[in-house]
Write a protein that binds this ligand. Structure first.
Ligand SMILES: [Zn+2]
Ligand SMILES: [Zn+2]
Length: 169
């Protein structure tokens, strides 16, 4: 992984001191921006798209509707890989079978982005996976857990633009 700190970061707006460049300081998952020259806080945190850090599944992520993403987070409630939850970590929604692997195997984008292939993952675990699928033993554990939890037997349905978990029948 490239370290964002090593890169020259151009701030969204030049600092009052006239300096255009910023220094990124990692604070947990946040990229806090400081002026390179006067070291003042630039007033915002830079998203990964600005720092050039690797982003996972940028295009496919956009195909997961926000409502579905929220329901996955509610369903799982914690990172399915390391079992940590908020506020200790920030939860994202990631793919079990990675988008890249799935596409190579001819699996449709729709199925890859379905709730069956999505799980809550903390930023660290999600980025750690990169473009890889989760290990097989973990996938088996997650699927078995889904079978045992309260949502077992329930499916995510969309009706009139609203998503909800309803029983299969
Ligand atoms: Zn400055
Ligand atoms: Zn995790």
């Amino acid at each position: 992984m490239r370290a964002a700190e090593q890169q020259q970061y151009v701030m969204r707006a030049p600092c009052h001191c006239g300096c255009k460049y910023g220094r990124i300081e990692k604070k947990g998952p946040n990229n806090v921006v400081f002026c390179l020259k006067c070291k003042k806080y630039a007033g915002y945190n830079a998203p990964k798209s600005e720092t050039g850090e690797p982003q996972r599944h940028v295009s496919s992520r956009e195909n997961i509707k926000p409502k579905k993403r929220i329901l996955i987070l509610i369903r799982d409630g914690m990172c399915r890989l390391c079992h940590r939850s908020e506020p200790e970590v920030i939860l994202h929604v990631g793919h079990l079978l990675s988008f890249e692997d799935g596409r190579k195997q001819g699996i449709s984008e729709e199925l890859l982005n379905s709730e069956h292939n999505l799980a809550a993952m903390c930023e660290e675990c999600n980025l750690g996976l990169g473009k890889s699928s989760i290990p097989l033993w973990l996938a088996v554990g997650i699927l078995k857990a889904h079978d045992n939890d309260d949502l077992g037997g329930k499916v995510l349905r969309e009706q009139n633009g609203l998503l909800s978990y309803t029983s299969k029948t």
